[in-house]
Design a protein around this ligand. Structure first.
Ligand SMILES: *[C@@H]1O[C@H](CO)[C@@H](O)[C@H](O)[C@H]1NC(C)=O
Length: 212
């Protein structure tokens, strides 16, 4: 049998142990919560870009020495993914520059106006249609030669260069974003066959900004 005094005596050290155990557990839990928050909200992973589809229905070069100009119609389906599992991202701007032989011939806005919010783990798909009649492009003789060669083969190397500004949830600064998508574009309607576009992942350039 255990009278009051005995119970207190055997309960005392146990209670201290339980108390210490609880405090220890609370510290471990707090550290775990902080680690999760830091992992989820501390470092932001940059968005991923992929060109899912592209169609080129016109691509013509006009040369009237010394200037060159391109007439084109191009539609892209661009997928933008926020790979962060906790942090939403907001785009203030997103633009695509089109380059042939390293020279820009157009710039098209993908995100305009009030910006575009992209929740964590979500993908947004944009259809970007553009065209121009005689957009000036600074092609030298090497560029003109490359155009003629690619025109004969029916496949053009066009680079889509993405640039924009993004801010991540709980972060205060806008991060500049740059990505390059090297596209192989078949000129549609030349031989009437269906033109298959190979999905192209874009290379996201590393940011030199702190915290981005
Ligand atoms: C091609 O681009 C031109 C020039 O911007 C535009 O006027 C025309 O509507 C476009 N054609 C198609 C089929 O989108």
């Amino acid at each position: 049998m255990c009278d009051d005094r005995e119970c207190c005596a055997c309960f005392g050290p146990y209670s201290r142990f339980a108390c210490g155990f609880c405090i220890g557990l609370a510290i471990v839990a707090a550290v775990a919560v902080i680690a999760v928050l830091v992992a989820g909200y501390g470092h932001a992973a940059q968005p991923r870009f992929e060109v899912e589809d592209a169609s080129l229905s016109r691509f013509e070069l006009a040369t009237s020495s010394p200037s060159t100009a391109l007439s084109y119609n191009l539609t892209l389906t661009l997928a933008v993914r926020n790979p962060n599992w906790a942090m939403a991202a907001a785009f203030r701007s997103l633009e695509v520059d089109y380059l042939f032989d390293g020279q820009r011939f157009d710039r098209v806005a993908v995100v305009t106006g009030d910006g575009y919010p992209l929740p964590a783990r979500k993908t947004a798909v944009f259809r970007v249609s553009s065209g121009a009649d005689g957009a000036p492009v600074m092609l030298g003789s090497a560029g003109v030669k490359a155009f003629r060669r690619q025109s004969d083969s029916g496949v053009f190397d066009v680079e889509a260069a993405l640039s924009g500004q993004v801010k991540y949830q709980l972060h205060s600064s806008w991060c500049r974003l740059e990505a390059r998508c090297p596209l192989k574009l078949n000129l549609a309607g030349k031989d009437g066959g269906a033109v298959v576009f190979q999905k192209t992942k874009c290379e996201v350039l590393r940011s030199s900004q702190g915290g981005c």
